[in-house]
Ligand binder design. Structure first.
Ligand code: SAH
Ligand code: SF4
Length: 405
């Protein structure tokens, strides 16, 4: 399957896009919901109860219309519907990979009136017992890691808390993952009564620690036990190393942390992850040692993308193990996912196995995950909005890849 085989859910041409007229309540904290209720004249004594009711309908049941919220009076439902919506990011296209991975292309309003809408992607990776949702935090990324497709995208805007939590809600909508929902029949979902979305990784487009407030607000909603209720131990935030915000992520969110390390020497990391020039490896690892809540039971994941002839020697594997000594760590070796025009190649499988053996012998169980969703460009680092026009070189490379796949 190639990206051209996307199933378009909705075919409104972009130029006819109309941004939502009413604000969505998605992403508001309980206190902000109480303010919204005050705006429509709900008396102070009732607000707490009404917030609880709304929270249950929105985040536990997944309702999209106020009118169906039967525990609230007709007048209140009408007043809510007049001023607000429960709109999620708009789904433009859904692609299902041969391995069951699903990718949704989502359309978001531009920041200013009249500005073109933006697009982000959200990817669902099912397994037998669990399902992981890869969520985006920004349109594009201000950073320019040399192996990452998202880094080549020019447009950047931060997503709001509602747009981030909304990705989880879109996934649950499309997967029939709310109470009483009906599962899709095309493709793989976890077995039996297991919920479809059990884990969240902030590993989609963007650098979550450059949008920390919104990411925090969204993750606190998603992990709230009276709503979607995904445990913070099943939520992982991945950062390329924004050192000053690492401590805050631990203290204010309390989720699991992943670090995109990718190199053991500053010289090489400067090239692969240019943010390293600002926050070099030693500072990054110091922030990891001090990450609130880190322990052997709550290890930090170090991601290491396998680039042929660049960072994949046995010496580097040994240096990696030495570097992480004393930090409760897991190592996640990621085979490089090529994208049109990328200048790297994935390490040979034999080399990945040798590298992995060194890491394993040092006591790190390091499963090398088979890349998922490659056929629909849903794998790590392949995400880039479709509205970002492809260059001629990219188009040619895309065609060549489609032919050799
Ligand atoms: N900005 C954050 C999170 C998004 S990127 C970060 O960099 O951590 C999610 C993961 O995908 C990161 O570990 C990133 O380094 C990795 N990645 C990016 N491009 C990739 C590619 N082409 N192949 C494999 N992994 C890639
Ligand atoms: Fe941005 Fe992460 Fe890609 Fe780097 S790897 S460009 S930080 S999304």
């Amino acid at each position: 399957m190639t990206p051209e085989t996307a199933v378009f859910v909705e075919k409104t041409p972009l130029e006819r896009y109309v941004a939502p007229a009413k604000p969505s309540l998605l992403g508001l904290s309980r206190a902000e919901l109480a303010d919204a209720l005050a705006d429509i004249g709900v008396p102070p004594a009732q607000r707490k109860m009404r917030v609880q009711q709304l929270w249950h309908w929105i985040y536990f049941r997944g309702f999209t219309e106020f009118d169906a919220m039967t525990s609230m009076g007709k007048d209140l439902r009408a007043a809510l519907a007049e001023r607000f919506t429960l709109a999620r990011p708009e789904v433009v296209a859904e692609q299902v990979s041969v391995d069951g991975t699903r990718k949704w292309l989502l359309r978001l309003p531009g920041e200013t009136q009249g500005e073109r809408p933006h697009e982000v992607e959200c990817v669902y990776i099912p397994d037998t017992e669990r399902g992981t949702l890869c969520v985006s935090s920004q349109v594009g990324c201000t950073l320019t890691c040399s192996f990452c497709h998202t880094g080549t995208q020019r447009l950047v805007r931060n997503l709001t808390a509602g747009e981030i939590a909304g990705q989880v809600m879109v996934a649950r909508d499309r997967l029939g993952d709310w109470p009483g929902g009906v599962r899709p029949t095309d493709g793989v979902v976890p077995s039996g009564d297991n919920r479809c979305v059990t884990n969240i990784v902030m590993m989609g487009m963007g650098e979550p620690l450059y949008n920390l407030d919104a990411v925090r607000d969204a993750l606190l909603i998603v992990s709230d036990g009276e709503g979607i209720g995904i445990s913070k131990r099943r939520i992982t935030l991945s950062t390329s190393g924004v050192v000053p915000n690492i401590e805050r992520a631990g203290a204010e969110i309390g989720c699991m942390l992943a670090i995109s390390l990718h190199a053991v020497r500053d010289e090489l990391r400067n090239e692969l992850v240019p943010l390293n020039r600002k926050y070099p490896i030693a500072e990054l690892l110091e922030a990891c040692r001090n990450y609130p809540g880190v322990s052997n039971a709550r290890r930090i994941t170090f991601e290491y993308v396998m680039l042929k002839g660049v960072n994949d020697s046995i010496e580097e594997a040994k240096a990696l193990v030495r570097l992480l000594k004393g930090i409760p760590a897991k190592i996640n070796l990621i085979p490089f996912n090529p994208w049109p025009g990328s200048r790297y190649e994935c390490s040979d499988w034999e080399q990945i196995e040798k590298f992995s053996q060194v890491v394993f012998d040092a006591g790190y169980a390091s499963p090398v995950r088979t890349p998922r969703g490659r056929d629909i460009f849903a794998a790590c680092g392949q995400l880039k909005s479709a509205t970002e026009k492809l260059t001629a070189r990219e188009r040619m490379a895309l065609r060549a890849m489609a032919m050799t796949d």
